[in-house]
Design a protein around this ligand. Structure first.
Ligand code: UDP
Ligand code: MG
Length: 311
């Protein structure tokens, strides 16, 4: 059986559309399926729509969060509650074309593939700035973690083995895209063209994307902390050069003036110290958040599914 996991946050108009498009498609290809919607604390009528859908079709299931926990949490809630032999994660707004699921499913059925990644062939109508930022973000990720992730998306099919491996990772601050490549297994790619969003607007504005990027990078690597060490080494070298220079001038009796050098050095070093403290503080905050061991999400309601179906 195939579990289709769909995070939905304020998607009242897209929910019925996605449900009908995906069920029609999977039925037409005689694939046994369940569709699990995760209502990520929507403030519109998403839950009412899901109730109607679930009442008319028991293969449509839903989990409701007690508040908005973010797409990452929604994906993990879906994986934790899916019963299928494979899981597909797809967006609710039909920007990920459902037909690609069939392509992914066929690849998985050959039996040699555990993870099928759908990569973006084209990125739809994104602004140039957004495109550039995304490129930079993946460059950084690749540099620091060695994971090739350009043009990747959360649109993936995972075999049960890969799902179990992912669910054994206990961290609270998750980054699904990178974690699913970190677990390894045989991975294949398929390509898709990002479609127009069906209705509503994107949930990720500029600031939330920057936040997402920072959280993702720091949750996956401690490279920024090593930058602090590098900054320390560089300033130390400069300090030695200036130190010798100052001593020589002192001995030769030519030391005078140079007051602006003192001010500049003070400013630069204190800026580096502050910046470094900021990075260290950020990681400290992340450790604090992890160590609290809070759940990734809180479920307040379910449709067509028992509590803890598998666990
Ligand atoms: N989403 C979510 N929780 C959030 C934000 C988004 O579950 O806090 C879902 C959203 O409903 C959609 C998917 O994540 O199904 C992708 O969101 P969106 O289309 O806004 O992102 P974009 O395609 O613009 O990157
Ligand atoms: Mg979208």
């Amino acid at each position: 059986m195939l579990s289709v996991i769909i995070p939905a946050y304020n998607e009242q108009d897209n929910v019925p559309r996605a449900a009908s498009a995906i069920s029609k498609l999977l039925s037409a290809h005689c694939i046994d399926y369940e569709i699990i919607f995760i209502n990520d604390g929507s403030s519109d009528r998403t839950w009412q729509r899901l109730s109607q859908l679930a009442a008319s079709d028991e293969r449509i299931k839903a989990i409701g969060f007690s508040r908005n926990f973010g797409k990452e949490s929604a994906i993990f809630a879906g994986l934790e509650n899916a019963a299928g032999d494979a899981c597909v994660i797809i967006d609710c707004d039909l920007q990920h074309p459902p037909e690609t699921i069939i392509e992914m499913y066929k690849l998985w059925q050959t039996g040699d593939v555990d993870i099928v990644e759908a990569k973006k062939r084209t990125r739809g109508n994104e602004s140039t700035a957004h495109r550039g930022m995304a490129k930079l973000f993946y460059k950084i990720i690749q540099r620091v973690s060695g994971l090739e992730m350009e043009d990747s998306s959360d649109f993936k099919l995972l075999d049960r083995r890969a799902v179990e491996a992912l669910l054994r990772m206990p961290e609270r601050l998750t980054f699904f895209r990178a974690m699913s490549s970190w677990v390894g297994f045989k991975t294949e790619c398929v390509y898709f063209d990002v479609a127009e969003r069906q209705s509503g607007s994107s949930k990720f504005g500029f600031t939330s994307l920057v936040k997402y990027a920072v959280t993702s990078i720091t949750s996956f690597t401690s490279a920024p902390m090593q930058m602090v060490t590098v900054a320390g080494v560089v300033t130390f070298i400069i300090a030695v050069i200036f130190g010798i220079n100052t001593l020589v001038q002192k001995i030769m009796g030519t030391s005078a003036e140079g007051f602006s050098t003192v001010i500049l050095l003070q400013l630069i070093t204190s800026a580096i110290i502050m910046f470094s403290l900021g990075i260290i503080g950020y990681y400290l905050a992340k450790i604090y958040e992890e160590i609290k061991q809070r759940p990734r999400y809180i479920i307040s309601e379910r449709l067509n599914m028992e509590e803890n179906t598998r666990r």
